[in-house]
Design a protein around this ligand. Structure first.
Ligand SMILES: Cc1ncc(COP(=O)(O)O)c(C=O)c1O
Length: 414
């Protein structure tokens, strides 16, 4: 039995993983053209328009509005749907703040449903339980690039006559039964932030098949000004979530690469799944039937009892083998953040979580979604990058195998 690197043995991997520049001549050429237009305003330029039409065509949807971020795309979807004061929106407890920011800015209420512990996406049974007469929408987060249980969630939406928004920030080009995520729900939101499959520094997009939602989304994200009719007299409150031509230019170049990036990540993630599935105590992510994951990162879980050590000790030993990794994706579920536990959405008011007028008082805290909390407590995250070589992938599998086998044979007590 090989000595673990954490005990002074030889590392599986003693060179750093490559980190090439994701931007190159294609982005430079698009940026040059954008600047040569003499305008960086989307309505006057061509780059944002090009990005919108390219993405719509790729996803096979008729409508796309570019936005300034993924957060903006989800807020825009909620705004287009008319979600407002006191409405409930069901979503995932393990996600970025960007999923809930729009809900709260609309003075609506995030309601957290529990997760399927093998896919990390919304558990349809838990979603069903959370539905009340106030529920207006579900935001299904395709966590870590894994498509959610779309058939079941869309059926719940239909049955209760509520909207389904797909949060595709981590799931560019993930597929479900032959269609791209984002194109299946009422609306889909995408992020182009620095950490996503493709990036424009920041940016996003909201897509839909519904012409009325598309029309309102376009106007909502532009301060409720309608550039087509010229009507600038806002009937309602809307933010400025416009994408600039600089972002649009980079986004166009990045979009040309998105299929290659996502296909490679699928191969890498699926290979690690196959490579570790029979190892003691390893619980690789499960891709739903008919789905294709694009592995935003590679997140798997450990069964500490079967493994023979704690998740934290396992992650430390894996890191010592030269594999970049972290114990857990986030420290806490989002409902454990102070703005929820203190009911402090605004510095001077608990609204909308607590309101005498609306007769509501939503409290949040640890224990609300036990399966999601167990996912965070038992998961290990390894970056999954399209530029990893086959040897890199083999090293990741070998290191996980070395550490899992060692602890299985030398249990250390949990
Ligand atoms: C699942 C999810 N939703 C929404 C967002 C928000 O995207 P952005 O940072 O572009 O606003 C992120 C970003 O990290 C995310 O991972």
């Amino acid at each position: 039995m090989e000595t673990l690197a954490v005990h002074g043995g030889k590392k599986v991997r003693d060179t750093a993983f490559d980190k090439p520049n994701r931007y190159g001549a294609e982005e430079l050429a698009e940026l040059k053209e954008a600047l040569e237009q003499g305008t960086l305003f989307h309505w006057h330029g061509q780059k944002v328009k090009k990005f919108q039409s390219m993405l719509a065509e790729m996803l096979d949807v008729p409508y796309c509005t570019a936005t300034s971020s993924g957060t903006a795309s989800l807020h825009t979807a909620l705004g287009a749907m008319g979600i407002g004061i006191g409405d409930e929106v069901i979503t995932s407890p393990i996600t970025d703040m960007g999923t809930v920011i729009g809900i709260l800015f609309q003075n609506a209420i995030p309601v957290f449903a529990d997760l399927d512990m093998r896919t990390y996406t919304l558990d349809p049974a838990s979603v069903e339980e959370k539905i009340t007469e106030r529920t207006k929408a579900i935001i299904l987060v395709h966590q870590a690039g894994n498509p959610g249980h779309l058939d079941e969630i869309l059926a719940i939406g239909k049955r209760h006559n509520i909207y389904v928004i797909e949060d595709c920030a981590q799931a560019w080009m993930a597929q479900y039964k032959g269609q791209y995520v984002g194109s299946l729900g009422d609306m889909g939101g995408f992020s182009l932030n620095e950490f996503k499959h493709i990036s424009a520094g920041d940016g996003g997009a909201v897509v839909t098949r519904n012409p009325e939602l598309a029309e309102t989304a376009r106007i909502f994200a532009d301060k409720y000004a309608d550039r087509v009719t010229g009507n600038r007299e806002a009937p309602y409150l809307g933010p400025n979530y416009r994408m600039t031509e600089l972002q649009g230019a980079v986004a166009v170049a990045q979009l040309r690469k998105v299929h290659a990036i996502c296909e490679r990540r699928t191969i890498i993630g699926d290979s690690i799944n196959a490579g570790i599935q029979d190892l003691p105590g390893m619980l690789p992510p499960r891709v739903p039937e008919g789905g294709t994951s694009v592995y935003w990162h590679y997140m798997f879980r450990v069964d500490e009892a079967a493994l023979g050590t704690t998740r934290d000790q396992f992650a430390a030993a894996l890191a010592a083998e030269g594999i970049p990794c972290q114990a857990g994706y986030k420290d806490k579920c989002i409902y454990e953040y102070p703005l929820f536990t203190n009911q402090s959405i605004y510095p001077n008011s608990p609204f909308p979580l607590k309101s005498m007028e609306l007769e509501i008082d939503y409290t949040y805290g640890a224990g609300m979604c036990p399966q999601a909390e167990a996912v965070l407590a038992s998961s290990v995250v390894i970056p999954c990058k399209e530029f990893y070589s086959d040897q890199d992938v083999q090293d990741i599998i070998a290191a996980i195998g070395k550490v899992a086998t060692y602890y299985h044979q030398h249990p250390v007590g949990i």
